[in-house]
Design a protein around this ligand. Structure first.
Ligand SMILES: Cc1cc2nc3c(=O)[nH]c(=O)nc-3n(C[C@H](O)[C@H](O)[C@H](O)COP(=O)(O)OP(=O)(O)OC[C@H]3O[C@@H](n4cnc5c(N)ncnc54)[C@H](O)[C@@H]3O)c2cc1C
Length: 389
């Protein structure tokens, strides 16, 4: 079979935008082939706009089936940053990463965080002395980015291609002929009126993040929906700007002080814009129908603020720290426990990239590249055989 003529990608998160970007960048894409991103809300409206942006490679971070994809994708992050000045455009930089345990001084004597690496003095001025710190990643294996800016950049680069388009609207159904997909029905608003348009399509990519399972069921039926079962798990984050200058560090903290209840393990990322991003608190709310209706749990935010307070005085408001953002988004949780990357079985011309859970930002560019290569009939840059749907 030859190349498709009309490629439609549903979902403009990091996976969808990366897929579109690597398709239009590939010189083997035929001149007349169209690439259309369909996004229900806005570019990076889901987790790709609100994630921490921590990037890591290696078997100590990733499950065996995704180690190769993560390595390739980690390197792509660096290449993209070098090509487009990502350091200034989306805050890309290599960082050092630590695990730290925060406890009362007496309690700290008895804690063994059970890692074979040597314990070190706090490497940063902003982590207090009542912490025990263990190196977890160096500048060759850990990095960071600001995912919303990266995702939007990939979309903008895609749209420079003459045959690429972004349609803001919700994919509702597909049209078929003789078992092959011929179109995607999109509901969109135009001049205050809701209308349904059918986009021509002979190659469909599902990249709908936590909405993937629902979308697959709606478009392709319950059997396919079950095989692509990805749902959403709510997670909160806060962004605080302290008065002090920060260092290039990510810290996986375990806080056991300040009268906090159990299970306080926030991830803490210093960002190059002088803010600290903290996440790690789950929430009770089920996945909403669309990304513009994401609720926040005030309890979950309160817990994150208590953890920030226990972590370091530089995050206290009385020391001049300002809360910049309080937000929630949904992790794309795959029912089978590992991402889905590849061709959907039993239907002609349907591909999927989703279910990356907590690693979608690091694995997003690699996933997009691999799907673009599969669509164009090329050998893939990463071994994703263990991720076939
Ligand atoms: C708090 C938090 C912190 C995180 N931190 C990190 C991190 O530090 N590092 C890391 O690697 N990963 C991190 N992740 C995970 C990462 O954010 C996700 O795995 C990744 O963003 C998923 O990208 P995606 O493109 O698959 O989905 P999404 O970003 O969710 O995008 C899916 C898009 O599909 C659209 N859509 C859905 N249905 C339709 C439809 N019917 N029609 C049209 N459009 C539709 C949505 O509007 C949405 O824009 C974090 C996640 C959370 C929640």
């Amino acid at each position: 079979m030859g190349q498709p003529h009309h490629i439609v990608i549903i979902g403009a998160g990091i996976v969808g935008c990366s897929t579109a970007y690597f398709l239009v960048q590939n010189e083997l894409l035929q001149e007349e082939t169209t690439v259309t991103l369909v996004e229900g809300t806005e570019v990076a409206a889901g987790a790709s706009g609100y994630a921490g942006g921590f990037l890591a490679k290696g078997a100590e971070w990733h499950r065996p089936e995704t180690v190769d994809l993560s390595q390739v994708s980690f390197d792509l992050h660096r290449e993209l940053a070098e090509r487009y000045a990502g350091e200034t455009k989306w805050g890309y930089r290599a960082i050092e990463t630590y695990v730290s345990v925060h406890s009362s001084p007496a309690h700290l004597q008895n804690i063994d965080i059970n890692l074979s690496l040597p314990k070190v003095q706090s490497p940063t001025h902003w982590l207090p002395h009542t912490s025990r710190v263990v190196p977890k990643g160096d500048m060759s294996s850990t990095a960071q980015c600001m995912p919303m800016f990266l995702t939007k950049h990939l979309c903008a680069e895609t749209l420079r291609h003459p045959n690429a388009a972004l349609v803001i609207g919700r994919a509702m159904a597909v049209t078929e002929k003789n078992g092959a997909i011929t179109g995607v029905v999109v509901r969109r608003e135009a001049n205050g009126v809701t209308e349904a348009v059918t986009l021509p399509c002979d190659c469909l990519v599902l990249a709908a993040g936590p909405w993937l399972g629902k979308l697959a069921t709606q478009l392709l039926g319950p059997e396919v929906g079950r095989s692509l079962d990805v749902s959403g798990s709510q997670a909160h984050s806060i962004v605080i700007k302290p008065k002090e200058d920060l260092t290039a560090h990510a810290v996986f903290a375990k806080i056991e002080m300040g009268g906090l209840p159990d299970e306080n393990e926030p991830e803490v990322y210093c960002r190059p814009d002088g803010t600290i991003y903290m996440c790690g608190t789950a929430g009770p709310d089920p996945l909403p129908a669309t990304a513009d209706k994401i609720p926040v749990s005030h309890e979950a935010l309160k817990k994150l603020h208590s953890e920030a307070r226990a972590l370091t005085p530089i995050l206290w408001s009385e020391n001049g720290a300002q809360v910049v953002m309080e937000q929630a988004c949904y992790l794309p949780r795959p029912a089978r426990g590992r991402p889905l990357v590849g061709k959907v079985k039993g239907i002609q011309g349907v591909w999927v990239g989703g279910g990356h859970d907590v690693w979608g930002i690091v694995q997003g560019p690699g996933t997009g590249k691999v799907i673009s290569e599969m669509i164009l009939g090329l050998e893939t840059s990463a071994d994703v055989t263990g991720l076939a749907p």
